[in-house]
Ligand binder design. Structure first.
Ligand SMILES: Nc1ncnc2c1ncn2[C@@H]1O[C@H](COP(=O)(O)OP(=O)(O)OP(=O)(O)O)[C@@H](O)[C@H]1O
Ligand SMILES: [Mg+2]
Length: 347
């Protein structure tokens, strides 16, 4: 099961619209999809309320709050169907207001960041994708989502506060790398885009420069039918399948399916505000300095998503004439010059 967290601490940048309609789009393509609403505001659950339980399968009332609570107290988890059917192939675990109080309980635990990931394992879920709609903060629920996911999708609306959210998130991913070798591979998505505006064109160029290929070439345009669908309690395909919103989310689902099935990814980060340029080189490219392996800078963080075949690789960062071992990766082995190469295990 491929777990994708939809995350940005900036409020209102399109996380829920993306989580709901990407889930629906992936399900339409024949994937079995589970959406988990991790936001105490329960917007994802609300925006699907009119299709919940509309299939022949039985509706049930388990919320993510119940499940996390049981998991925290080591209580027996429910057996059988715990996910509420939305439409063909598409299921939801809704949120409930009590989720906020769970945060306090999680914070007191030693395994505070791993509770969601162990819950997902314990439930033995049989899905192709699990999409996590995160709340607008980088609190303990979001950290649990990041810990549990293999990919993160970060929607940005065309405003500079969204980019601040991205900088904070990159810092969090660097921090997580201290505890966990495989942090989620981040992909960024421009959302609520009005292509006619000059500001939006300039903003898009600026973001492309800062994110390079991490920014998806699919954008979600502003489309009133997306807002109406959410207000009406349906995903965009149920509400208006011939809308621009439905077209954009079909394209996004295609893209995400390709990125998560045709490639294996290794996200790398380097923190350093005074560096002028950074490349990564290793045995995957004969230790050459190559443009396609140049890291992009946003705030203090340089980053790249390496696409590699399954295997074990060694690498270093190259900045100016200096070769650096990755300071955020504990895995390393001796090189032939008496120093260390960083190690990547891709699978
Ligand atoms: N592409 C779009 N076209 C039109 N309206 C949109 C679009 N994307 C989002 N919206 C509207 O913008 C508002 C914010 O979107 P959304 O709820 O998805 O953001 P969010 O990041 O989940 O917010 P929060 O941080 O509060 O969870 C909603 O009213 C939504 O209907
Ligand atoms: Mg939301």
């Amino acid at each position: 099961m491929k777990v994708i967290s939809v995350v940005n601490q900036k409020g209102g940048c399109g996380k829920t619209i993306t989580a709901v309609n990407l889930s629906a789009g992936l399900a339409k393509k024949g994937n079995k999809v589970l959406l988990i609403d991790l936001d105490p505001q329960a917007h994802a659950s609300f925006s699907l309320r009119n299709t919940l339980g509309s299939t022949s399968e039985e509706k049930n009332n388990f919320t993510i709050t119940d499940l996390l609570e049981k998991s925290c107290q080591d209580q027996k988890l429910p057996e059988g169907t715990i996910c509420t059917p939305v439409s063909d192939n598409f299921y939801l675990i809704p949120s409930a207001i009590g989720l906020t109080s769970i945060e306090h309980k999680l914070a007191q635990r030693e395994d505070k960041l791993q509770v969601l990931s162990s819950l997902l394992k314990k439930l033995h879920l049989d899905f192709d994708y699990c999409i996590l709609d995160c709340p607008p903060n980088l609190g303990i629920i979001t950290l649990n989502a990041l810990w549990a996911s293999k990919y993160s999708l970060i929607p940005l609306n065309t405003c500079d506060f969204s980019l601040k959210g991205v900088e904070m998130l990159k810092n969090i991913l660097v921090m997580l790398k201290e505890f966990k070798t495989d942090v989620p591979t981040p992909f960024y998505l421009l959302s609520q885009v009005d292509k006619r505006s000059k500001f939006v064109k300039d903003f898009t160029e600026r973001v492309k420069n800062q994110l390079g290929t991490l920014l998806l070439d699919i954008t979600i345009r502003t489309n009133i039918h997306l807002k109406e669908a959410a207000g009406g309690g349906k995903d965009i395909f149920e509400y208006k399948s011939d809308s621009r919103g439905a077209q954009d989310f079909t394209a996004l689902a295609d893209k995400i399916q390709k990125l998560t099935t045709q490639n294996l990814w290794a996200p790398l980060f380097l923190k350093g505000k005074d560096l002028s340029e950074v490349y990564v080189a290793g045995n995957f490219n004969n230790w050459q300095k190559e443009e396609r392996y140049k890291l992009r800078k946003m705030g203090e963080i340089w980053s790249i998503n390496l696409s590699l075949e399954k295997g074990k690789y060694c690498y270093k960062f190259l900045t100016g004439d200096t070769w650096l071992t990755d300071p955020h990766n504990k895995l390393a082995e001796n090189d032939s010059f008496g120093g260390k190469n960083s190690l990547l295990l891709v699978d």
